[in-house]
Design a protein around this ligand. Structure first.
Ligand SMILES: C[S@@+](CC[C@H](N)C(=O)[O-])C[C@H]1O[C@@H](n2cnc3c(N)ncnc32)[C@H](O)[C@@H]1O
Length: 201
């Protein structure tokens, strides 16, 4: 299934840049790579975060719906000279079948419709090692923020705070809600995003 990022990722430049999200550093602060760690990056885009983790010595697996994103991720990893497994998959269908120390998903959970959220997050929780982290962020609805002019048809923004409720039985190491400006699509607008790092104890 094609998505709106295929065309953007087909360009030479990196749509999201090559610098990792600051969210990655927070994850490593909470689980430093002092021993071999396995991480999966779900919806890895063009690989900026997956490659950052691989550069820091983690054993990284990554996937995205966009074949162009997968190719860019491979290219970025090759340029950095780091090993990384990356493949094309749909997070609505793909389920983890082996354990990871860190399940990382930045800015993609909004593609999961409400009926699949418990199942998919339940799978991520079950396949996280003891003491491991789920590092997740998702776009949320706020009554005072208008729908983005370039809102994606495949996205289903979550209720503010909803993400945290799925982790009521884990230790919430970090959770916040940020509101930020965006000019994608050429029209200035705002987004709200919930960010959470939860530890399996
Ligand atoms: C906002 S971007 C975030 C990319 C990356 N996580 C980052 O921080 O740079 C959302 C990503 O989700 C991917 N995506 C959309 N629907 C998906 C699906 N059903 N399964 C897997 N990835 C999906 C898009 O191709 C896109 O790369």
């Amino acid at each position: 299934m094609a998505n709106q990022y295929d065309r953007k990722y087909a360009e030479r430049c990196f749509y999201w840049g090559q610098e990792p999200s600051p969210f990655c550093l927070k994850a490593l602060e909470l689980l430093p790579p002092e021993r071999p760690l396995r991480l999966i990056d779900i919806g890895c885009g063009e690989g900026r975060n997956a490659v950052f983790f691989a550069r820091n010595g983690l054993d990284v697996t990554a996937f995205d719906l966009s074949p162009q994103g997968v190719a860019k991720t491979r290219e970025l990893a090759d340029e950095a000279g780091v090993p990384l497994r990356v493949f094309q998959a749909d997070m609505l269908e793909y389920r983890l079948t082996e354990k990871f120390d860190i399940v990382f998903c930045h800015g993609c959970l909004q593609y999961i419709p409400p009926r699949l959220r418990s199942t998919i997050l339940g799978n991520y929780k079950a396949f996280t090692s003891d003491g491991g982290l789920n590092v997740l962020s998702v776009f949320v609805k706020k009554p005072f923020i208008e729908k983005a002019p370039d809102a994606e048809a495949t996205a289903h923004p979550w209720i503010s705070g909803e993400l945290f409720t799925h982790y009521h039985d884990w230790r919430l190491e970090f959770c916040t809600e940020v509101i930020f400006d965006d000019t994608s699509g050429g029209v200035p607008h705002k987004h709200a995003m919930d960010q959470m790092i939860a530890r399996k104890v």
